[in-house]
Design a protein around this ligand. Sequence first.
Ligand code: SAM
Length: 274
Amino acid sequence: MIATPIGNLGDLSARAQQILSQSNVVVAEDTRHSRRLLHHFGINTPLLAMHEHNEREICARLIGQLQAGEHLALISDAGTPLISDPGFHLVREAHAAGVRVSPIPGPSAALAALSVAGLPSDRFVFEGFLPAKHEARQQRLQALAQESRTLLFYEAPHRITECLADLAACLGEQREATLARELTKLHETVRKDTLRGLSDWVSHDPEQQLGEMVVAVAGVAVQQSLEDSDLLKILKPLLAELPLKQAVALTTQITGGNKNAIYTRALRLKAAES
Ligand code: SAM
């Protein structure tokens, strides 16, 4: 399973290049797209198409080739295979057939976005693409409204405006969020704001509605019953005496609040003081 660049070709690792050249076949989502990538690196390994429509169908044949001792490299159009991309059935079947599956890790848009989002990253939930239809999307978001971990969504450019509007409506206009667009490419943009702020910005600037994007949204804040002023009565004096991590752990223990939200609050408090 080989991760390929999400934009910048410099992100294809040396090991990925080596394994791609040494494999018998490179299984790819779109062979025309991947031929350009291989060509760029002077790799001539034959390509075979496997996409969501034929994955189950050609799995048996690929497993046969693997059992006969061939080495297959699987790549997707960009990023890490299986992450909102084909490959799941093949990996599952390979395990069932006793074939070794090995990762050549590298770029993935979700983790790249999380690494620059400025949102709690100790626990997060990858939600992939939200449903395309408004009602189904709102339903999904309502089910996520109480999620306390950071949420990561992939979104298509033609849906980003309505997606941000729905996110603000279902999760709260004041929730912190980050839009990470065109990562590793010429027009890379990372913008952190409230959901309302992002929604307004994107709807008024057509350029932000272009390209590839990830939306990261902070999890729900400290339990609603815990007012910010009550939280601060505990957090502030502890922060004055203890390292941040310890102050957060104790405040979480005392209040029963959400650790991520308290950590974010503590960071904001520190930043405001400095
Ligand atoms: N397997 C890929 C990965 O590991 O990132 C994701 C494939 S999924 C079909 C494509 C989605 O990933 C895009 O619609 C977008 O949401 C996100 N994406 C891919 N490249 C990106 C980039 N350079 N910047 C931001 N998001 C990107």
